[in-house]
Design a protein around this ligand. Sequence first.
Ligand code: GLA
Length: 354
Amino acid sequence: MIAEEFEKLFKTRPEISGFTPGRVNLIGEHIDYNGGRVLPTALNLGVTLALSPRTDGKIRIGSDKFDDVAKRSIGEATSDHWSDYITGALQIAHTEGFGPKGADIAVTTNLPFGAGISSSAAVTVCVLRAVRDLSGGKLTDTDLAVLARRVENEYIGMPCGIMDQMAVAIARPGQALSLNTDTLNFDLIDLPKTHHMAVIHSGVFRQLNEGRYKIRKEECDQIKAAAGREDICRMSDSELDALRDLPDDIFRRARHCVNEHRRTVAAADALRENRMEDFGALMNESHISMRDDFEMSVPPVDALVEDAQNFGATGARLTGGGFGGCIVACVAHEKLDAWREKLLAAHPNAFWVA
Ligand code: GLA
């Protein structure tokens, strides 16, 4: 279908097409830039694109989601336009010597934007993978994820960690990626057949580059300076205690980082051993920590999480960058339909994503 869309736009067949999934993080929030372990999984939803290289420095991008065909060029800076991620991905691939000088691209997605399920990482990795495959290059999927993060950090100006890019480049639906964000070592854990990981949008939309994410990142930089180390998630209790003189909110950010990392390690073990009650309890604790210590939630999300838990989920929490977006809930299959109906009826602004 994407090939037909491409043909309609550019009157020729594309040279390559590809799909990259979105992701939902099961647990381990805001610790992927603090040396922690995270546990995302890939969604069935994602980004599909078709691409043909150009040699004249021009980039043309069409999407059924937008009316205009974006006309960009390979050396161009961001212009606060939906085509920025694709332009940035092509630019870095070209600078790194494996990407073409320009491209025609048709792209579509069934991922909602600004939902905390990584539509931007998915589109960036999808472009990088397409041009790597076209070039016959040797870069691994981890290499692509590292480049995709550079697009965010250096081109877009969003100081994110590496979780989203690794998740969409490596995880497949039905698997959780237990990722050490310090070393980029990972293992894949099969999700249990007994439970569903439900993703529900709170109805509160936000953009990460709005600034609140950046503030949290800067607060963590303050902790790193005080602790004299980058991997603040891995501090011992006494090392954390030694930071008590920091302002109270900054100390609580540090406490979230340490505890969230430990919870994520424990959650990966619980998942491996099919201890879903333990897994759910860790999700619930994670939400409290995000709400009270990291202060990255908002009241409608808290209310949604609370009802998700009360209506029978094994565990539920805010997921992603925070300040709105989606929750993720672990729900036993036999409870899923009734749970979903009750939750959505109680929260008319919320909607089912995956
Ligand atoms: C966003 C960022 C990630 C990560 C999460 C929070 O999705 O892109 O790097 O920090 O927020 O866990």
